[in-house]
Design a binder for this molecule. Structure first.
Ligand code: ADP
Length: 200
């Protein structure tokens, strides 16, 4: 199995690139943001909790998030791998994910961190808001999501970087160029031993 994490601040194109990657490599796409939106739509107990955090741009507590993910992550036979989109976002989630993967006799092979300037990110969020009306894309909330990302998720990047499983990709270039860069990294990691990293 080849398991991947895709993280990045809001507006960085995480969802789009995750879909492109899962399509290309036949991975199962697990997006905690999508799961929460579905729970909210279906008015489940998890949805009720998520509704208290998502509209304010805050993270849903780790316990709720991990429990939800754990329930969704049934690993069928003959699967090529999993792609976690928007998870982990805290160090605690990263540690729990490692435990969960070990428990299932597998591991996270690669973490891709998408990056772009704040100006670009706010611009993309503004465009998405006008197309899709996601309530948490409102300007003030989007700013808060960005702050939360810097406060909480930088520790996740440091954690994976220290283990040689983290690669940063700028999402400023046209989508197909960004994807090509991601593919190059994936191919490299698919063929390498677990401990060393590449630069660029
Ligand atoms: P974005 O990355 O643009 O914020 P997502 O769809 O990934 O969009 O997430 C939307 C919201 O769902 C987040 O702002 C957060 O409130 C919640 N959420 C998603 N993933 C997590 C997670 N791993 N931990 C806690 N909250 C999460």
């Amino acid at each position: 199995m080849f398991n991947l994490v895709v993280i990045g601040p809001p507006g960085t194109g995480k969802g789009t690139h995750s879909q492109m990657i899962t399509g290309e490599y036949g991975l199962v796409h697990l997006s905690t943001g999508d799961m929460f939106r579905e729970h909210i739509k279906m008015n489940t107990a998890t949805g009720l909790v998520a509704r208290r955090y998502i509209p304010r741009g805050e993270l849903v507590p780790d316990r709720i998030t991990c429990r939800m993910l754990y329930r969704h992550t049934f690993i069928p036979e003959n699967i090529r791998g999993l792609l976690f989109d928007g998870f982990p976002r805290t160090l605690n989630q990263a540690l729990l994910l490692d435990k969960m993967m070990t428990h299932r006799d597998t591991r996270i092979n690669l973490v891709i961190g998408l990056q772009a300037s704040k100006k670009d990110l706010m611009e993309r969020i503004k465009q998405r808001e006008s197309r899709r009306h996601r309530p948490d894309d409102a300007l003030l909330v989007a700013r808060r999501r960005m702050e939360v990302y810097e406060e909480k998720t930088s520790a996740v990047m440091d954690y994976y970087r220290a283990q040689g499983r983290y690669e940063e990709v700028s999402s400023a270039a046209p989508r197909k160029d960004v994807f090509r860069c991601i593919q190059r990294i994936i191919h490299h990691y698919m063929n390498k031993k677990p401990t060393t990293g590449i630069s660029g």
